[in-house]
Design a protein around this ligand. Structure first.
Ligand code: GDP
Length: 294
């Protein structure tokens, strides 16, 4: 994960090796390299500039202790700034209501259905009674995919394969959950290959009518700046509560993880690092910053 970015940042800090003091000149060249590394990793230019300006300011404002080299100090400040940029501390999903409804949104192929299964398994392990609902009405295979996942993790899946009305399916599923004592309902919705009006209307309607306690936006981290732009578009229509970044196990450059929180102002809540049901992690900004810095 982020190998290239970690390597370039490490190289940037090494330019300070052998220097005993922080000066405007040596900090400026390191900060320039940090900025270039972030931009190469697909971090939005404005975000990269803001964060590196802040790193420079803080570095120049701090006294270097005898025990800390300028390089170590810059690493520490960069880690603090990246952590803050990614949200500071972890944020939990909201689960309330009887049943509590969690709506899953995103483009097709982003990993929505896989994540729905993972979230169900994660919540089940916390002792919750979960119902998965198949509302991806345009992709018949999605229903089967969810059923297979449900069987694998021991979670019931509600589906109406012949019904093309997502809202009706979800409402009936919630009724069913009430009757069968399921306290948490996860609704997997339809996605398209690109944002389109019909999809947006449909998911916005689901959110309005179902009144979920949590709406999550799932996005493929490999799509870089597109991930951030898509998140912005979805948020403008949906005002979602949190982001799920998927495919962090792949050859992702890291830009989405670093900039999404700052650009969209919504927290990343989970990261997905593989196709298996156990490849799900709660997102901790400080741990991610540590990983980025290698
Ligand atoms: P949906 O169309 O948004 O429901 O996407 P799917 O859940 O069907 O996922 C699309 C593809 O990405 C599938 O082949 C999944 O196995 C795969 N996938 C999902 N999440 C991850 C992940 O975190 N890492 C990797 N490597 N593959 C993933």
């Amino acid at each position: 994960m982020f190998d290239n970015l970690s390597y370039k940042l490490d190289k940037a800090f090494k330019t300070l090796k052998g220097t005993g003091t922080i000066t405007e000149i040596n900090v400026a060249s390191t900060v320039k390299e940090i900025r270039r590394a972030l931009i190469d990793a697909d971090v939005n230019y404005k975000v990269a500039k803001e964060v590196t300006d802040s790193i420079r300011e803080k570095a120049l404002g701090r006294d270097v202790l005898i025990s800390v080299s300028p390089g170590q100090l810059l690493v520490k400040i960069t880690q603090e700034e990246l952590t803050a940029l990614m949200g500071g501390s972890k944020e939990d999903i909201n689960i309330k209501g009887d049943p509590s409804v969690i709506l899953i949104s995103g483009l097709q192929g982003s990993g929505k259905t896989t994540f729905s299964g993972k979230l169900a398994s994660y919540l089940k392990k916390q002792g919750r009674q979960v119902l998965l609902v198949a509302c991806d009405i345009y992709r018949p295979a999605a229903i089967d995919q969810l059923k297979v996942l449900g069987e694998q993790i021991g979670v019931e899946v509600y589906a109406e394969p012949e019904n093309k009305n997502a809202l009706q399916i979800a409402e009936r599923a919630i009724e069913y959950a009430k009757k069968s004592g399921k306290k948490t309902v996860i609704v997997d919705t339809a996605g398209r290959l690109a944002v389109d009006e019909q999809m947006m209307n449909e998911i916005a309607e689901l959110k309005l009518q179902l009144n979920p306690s949590e709406t999550l936006f799932v996005v493929d981290s490999m799509t870089g700046q597109d991930a951030v732009n898509t998140a912005k578009t979805f948020d403008e229509r949906l005002n979602f509560d949190g982001v799920v970044l998927t495919k962090l196990d792949g050859d992702t450059r890291g830009g989405a993880a670093i900039s999404i929180r700052h650009v969209v102002n919504k927290p990343i809540k989970f990261i997905s690092t593989g196709e298996k049901m156990e490849n799900l992690d709660v997102f901790y900004p400080d741990r991610m910053a540590q990983r980025i810095l290698g």
